[in-house]
Design a binder for this molecule. Structure first.
Ligand code: ZN
Length: 220
């Protein structure tokens, strides 16, 4: 009995330690609301694909990768006390739409409507050049620059390199009036990066990096 209690106590201590070690120092996001947008995953009302995203080396699908990272990010944000709305989820992996750009605008409009603290759109890059590599961060309005810089800084240690970091007029960045970034988490068309991106443990590192960036900017 005592031994069991000690073991349970140790397990709790270990879990607590692991949790503390992987979160940012300013980690309370209580009272904040975030809209997390796993890119792509859109079908027409008749079920035909409308916006499936890139399909990369080894068959890795951008829309599945972004969903995994987005769900993981949402879990981490909720754990830190935030409310999270996902534009698609494991429960509802496909959005239904007839116009790709309007659907993208609607994702950011949801963040505006909810008065979200921030909007984070998760994508992965594809190129005909298999040598292209690196992460990208795009934003448009000045209220998004701090989050963009934080995301860039947190992604850097993942070692994927940097493709682009700049303001860009995209459907989601132009629609959003709340702080908003679109992140490309690497190139699925690059065989080495595709292998990493297909690995659940690496997807978790991506989600943690995005969480740390959000916690750094909006945590208290
Ligand atoms: Zn994309």
């Amino acid at each position: 009995m005592t031994l069991v209690a000690v073991r349970v106590g140790l397990l709790v201590a270990l879990l607590g330690g692991a949790c503390g070690a992987t979160t940012a120092p300013h980690q309370s996001l209580a009272g904040k609301l975030f809209v997390v947008d796993p890119g792509h995953g859109v079908r027409y009302p008749d079920g035909n694909p409308l916006n499936v995203g890139a399909v990369g080396s080894g068959g890795i699908e951008e829309m599945k990768l972004t969903l995994a990272i987005g769900e993981d990010l949402a879990r981490r944000l909720r754990h830190a006390g935030a409310r999270v709305v996902l534009t698609r989820s494991y429960a509802r992996p496909f959005r239904i739409a007839t116009d790709r750009r309007k659907d993208n605008r609607a994702r950011a409009a949801l963040a505006n409507h909810l008065g979200a603290t921030a909007f984070v759109s998760v994508h992965a890059d594809g190129s005909l050049d298999p040598g292209k590599r690196g992460t990208s961060v795009f934003w448009l309005r000045s209220n998004s620059a701090a989050l963009a810089r934080a995301v860039r800084a947190q992604l850097a240690p993942l070692g994927l390199g940097e493709s682009e970091f700049r303001t860009r007029d995209l459907a989601v960045t132009s629609e959003a009036v709340v702080p908003a970034v679109l992140v490309e988490v690497g190139f699925v068309s690059n065989p080495a990066q595709a292998r990493l991106l297909a690995t659940p443990s690496f997807q978790e590192r991506e989600a943690q990096a995005l969480f740390d960036a959000i916690a750094q900017v909006f945590g208290s």
